[in-house]
Write a protein that binds this ligand. Structure first.
Ligand code: ADP
Ligand code: MG
Ligand code: MG
Length: 273
């Protein structure tokens, strides 16, 4: 299996390491196309799902990425070109925007926090990506700065890393997944794992962290008590949208469309850098 992979692709430098795998740059030997190569260990990726309407079952991360790119792709969701099964890992061949970095590093390069016009430009694309995923029957469940790539020339975003995702169902989830600092209170208190409202909560956490430069909640107690302290200088519209996304009750949070038509996005985008 490795021989086939190595005849098709040449791995290069390490691009990043997440909780479950490593990603390196790579080149497709046939035409020199720049790709990213993600190695995911089988021991941490034992979930298999069957895409609705198909028969074959696929590793979760592969299946979900296929669902969001076929039949229609979205410019803000990273494309999976193909994948390989090895004896103890999967190899995903992914789109590699260039020049790019993840939002975490992008923020560090901007002194930790982003101007509101730049945050607007980013959030609009993140919400559109999340909305596309749910239109395709997929919940990402781990939207956070580490899982968003940004092209540093064009400022176009790509949502990456579907390894914590699930099929979008009408019923609550069997279990939760993602990153604790982004968990909504109903997961911690009531043990209710609703899908889209939890995503909207995580968008509130993300927006807060983009414009403030730090996460809103330091511990589970802060989440449960909705201990939210804004620094000086945020616009009223921005605070209002964050608080709406972070509403205590899942049914009180906005839909993706309601986020996109919130007045904050209409505030003039003077100075995007
Ligand atoms: P994990 O599932 O282990 O969290 P990710 O898919 O999130 O792995 O990738 C880990 C890191 O690698 C990302 O945070 C990002 O910095 C980098 N990375 C991932 N995919 C790409 C890509 N296609 N192009 C460039 N960098 C990437
Ligand atoms: Mg990740
Ligand atoms: Mg992952």
């Amino acid at each position: 299996a490795w021989a086939v992979f190595e005849s098709l692709y040449t791995p290069g430098e390490l691009l990043g390491q997440g909780g479950f795998g490593s990603v390196c740059a790579g080149v497709r030997n046939a035409d020199g196309k720049q790709v990213a190569i993600k190695f995911v260990g089988k021991e941490v990726n034992e979930d298999f799902i069957t895409i609705p309407g198909e028969t074959e079952s696929l590793p979760l991360e592969v299946a979900l990425m296929q669902m969001v790119s076929k039949p229609n792709r979205h410019e803000n969701v990273l494309e999976l070109y193909e994948w390989f099964e090895m004896p103890d890992c999967y190899i995903l061949i992914l789109e590699r925007p260039s020049p790019c970095t993840d939002l975490c590093h992008f923020q560090e390069d901007h002194n930790g926090w982003l101007s509101e016009p730049l945050a607007q430009h980013i959030m609009r694309q993140v919400v559109q990506a999340a909305s596309h995923c749910s239109d395709c029957g997929v919940l990402h469940r781990d939207i956070k700065a580490e899982n968003i790539l940004i092209n540093t020339d064009t400022l176009q975003l790509k949502l990456i890393d579907f390894g914590c995702g699930d099929l979008l169902q009408d019923t609550p989830f069997r279990y939760y997944a993602g990153t604790r600092a982004y968990f909504p209170p109903e997961w911690l208190c009531e043990g209710e794992y609703f899908g889209i409202p939890a995503t909207v909560w995580s968008l509130g956490v993300l927006l807060f962290s983009l414009v403030c430069g730090y996460l809103p909640f330091q511990c589970e107690g802060d989440i449960i008590e909705r201990n939210i302290h804004f620094p000086e200088g945020l616009s009223e519209g921005c605070r209002d949208l964050i608080l709406w996304c972070l509403a205590r009750h899942p049914s009180s949070r906005p839909t993706f469309e309601e986020i996109l038509s919130h007045k904050w996005f209409e505030e003039p985008q003077k100075n995007i850098e």
